[in-house]
Design a protein around this ligand. Structure first.
Ligand SMILES: *Cc1c(COP(=O)(O)O)cnc(C)c1O
Length: 361
C-alpha cells in the first residue's frame, strides 16, 4: 500500500482504515455473490441485510427510541434545508431558527420559501463565534431549528436548548453526528449528511419522530415526503446502496471500539490537545470560537497574517498533514478531527504546530 496521510479535510473526510480495507476486500465479490455491492440489486437479499443492519446499528448505538424512523436519503443535508419546512410546516405558524453561522444561514434561506421565519437568537453580533444561550423559544411555532455544529465557524452546542413541549426541535447534525452521546428524545428531527462523521458523500440520514410524518401537505411530490421513505424503509426507490454499506461498516467499527461513549471520550481528548496548543501559544495561534462554544470536530484558528497561515498549511502538507486551510469564505486555518481521525494524527499535528511556532515567532 502507498502511504496514507493525516487528512483534516472538513468533508468528505477521513474514514477508518479498517473500513476502507474491508470495503476493498469485499469489492469484487460481496459475501460470495460474485458481484460487488456496487452492482447488486437494492432489492436483493444480500443488500437488504446491509440496509437493515445499518439502521439497526444506528438505532442501537444512538439509543434511538422505537417511535422514531431512520431514513437514508439523497440530496445532502442541503436538501433537508427545504424538506424540513416542507414536511413540518403548519399553515399560519412561523418557524423558529437559531442563527449561528454559514450553515444556519442556508437553512434559514430555504425555510423562508415556505412561510414566516423568526430568528429567535443569533450570534451574528460577534461574527458567529459563539452559540447563543438562554434562548426563549416560542410555543406558537411549527418547529424550532438549530445547527448542532457550525463546520465553518467551529462552534458547537454544548448543551441542547430547552424548547416548549409541543414544539419539535430539529437539528442539523451534519458535522457533529455521533460525536458524543445524545438523548434522541429531545429532538423531533435530526438530519446529517454522512460525509463528515458517518461515511462517504451520497447519503443523508434523517431521524424523525413518527408523529411528525403526517404534517406534510398531500400535494407534496412523493420523493420529498419523509413519510414516503419512512413507510418503505428508505427503499421506495433505488437507495444509495454503496454509501449505506460504507456507513454500516463505519457503525460496526464504532461498535467494536466501544460505541459512542468511546468516540466522545476520544473526541474530547483530541480537541483538548489542539486547543491546549492554541491556548499556550501566547497568541501565536488565535482560536476563532469563544471557549465555551468550541467545537469538538472543527477547530478554527488564525495566525498573525494570511501569509503566515499559507506557510503553515504548506509546511504541514510536507509532513503529510493535509487539509488545514480554513473554509474559502472565512480564511484562516481549520483542523477537522472527526471520529475517524486518530489520536496519533492529532498528536502529529500538535507536534508540528509547536515546532512551527518555535521557528516562526
Ligand atoms: C456540510 C454541511 C452541510 C451540507 O451538507 P451537504 O451534504 O453538502 O448538502 C449542512 N450542514 C452542515 C452543518 C454541514 O457541515
Amino acid at each position: 500500500m502507498k502511504k496514507r496521510v493525516y487528512n483534516f479535510y472538513a468533508g468528505p473526510a477521513t474514514l477508518p482504515l479498517p473500513v476502507l480495507k474491508k470495503a476493498q476486500e469485499e469489492l469484487l465479490d460481496f459475501h460470495g455473490t460474485g458481484m460487488s455491492v456496487l452492482e447488486i440489486s437494492h432489492r436483493s437479499k444480500e443488500y437488504d441485510e446491509v440496509h437493515k443492519k445499518a439502521s439497526e446499528l444506528l438505532k442501537e448505538l444512538m439509543g434511538i427510541p422505537s417511535n422514531y424512523k431512520i431514513l437514508w436519503l439523497q440530496g445532502g443535508a442541503s436538501t433537508q434545508f427545504f424538506m424540513t419546512p416542507l414536511n413540518l410546516q403548519i399553515n399560519g405558524k412561523p418557524m423558529e431558527y437559531v442563527h449561528t453561522g454559514a450553515w444556519a444561514k442556508k437553512a434559514i434561506k430555504e425555510a423562508k420559501l415556505y412561510g414566516e421565519v423568526k430568528i429567535v437568537a443569533s450570534s451574528e453580533d460577534e461574527k458567529f463565534t459563539y452559540i447563543p444561550k438562554n434562548i426563549q423559544f416560542s410555543d406558537k411555532v411549527a418547529y424550532a431549528h438549530i445547527t448542532g455544529n457550525e463546520t465553518i465557524g467551529g462552534i458547537e452546542w454544548q448543551e441542547w436548548p430547552k424548547v416548549p413541549n409541543q414544539v419539535p426541535l430539529v437539528c442539523d447534525m451534519s458535522s457533529n453526528f455521533i460525536d458524543k452521546v445524545i438523548d434522541v428524545k429531545k429532538f423531533g428531527v435530526i438530519y446529517a449528511g454522512a460525509q463528515k462523521n458517518l461515511g462517504p458523500a451520497g447519503v443523508t440520514v434523517v431521524i424523525v419522530r413518527e408523529d411528525l410524518l403526517n404534517r406534510v401537505p398531500e400535494n407534496t411530490p412523493t420523493m420529498l415526503k419523509w413519510k414516503t421513505h419512512a413507510e418503505k424503509d428508505s427503499l421506495y426507490n433505488t437507495s444509495p446502496c454503496f454509501a449505506i454499506y460504507l456507513c454500516e461498516l463505519v457503525l460496526e467499527h464504532i461498535k467494536m471500539l466501544g460505541g459512542i461513549p468511546f468516540m466522545e471520550k476520544q473526541n474530547r481528548k483530541k480537541a483538548k490537545m489542539i486547543y491546549d496548543i492554541i491556548d499556550k501559544s501566547n497568541g501565536f495561534y488565535k482560536g476563532v470560537a469563544k471557549k465555551e462554544s468550541r467545537s469538538l470536530m472543527n477547530i478554527t484558528f488564525n495566525l498573525a497574517t494570511p501569509e503566515l497561515e499559507a506557510k503553515c498549511v504548506d509546511e504541514a502538507k510536507k509532513k503529510d498533514l493535509i487539509g488545514l486551510k480554513g473554509h474559502r469564505d472565512v480564511g484562516g486555518m481549520r483542523a477537522s478531527i472527526y471520529n475517524a481521525m486518530s489520536v496519533e494524527g492529532v498528536s502529529t499535528l500538535c507536534e508540528f504546530l509547536e515546532e512551527f511556532q518555535e521557528k516562526n515567532q
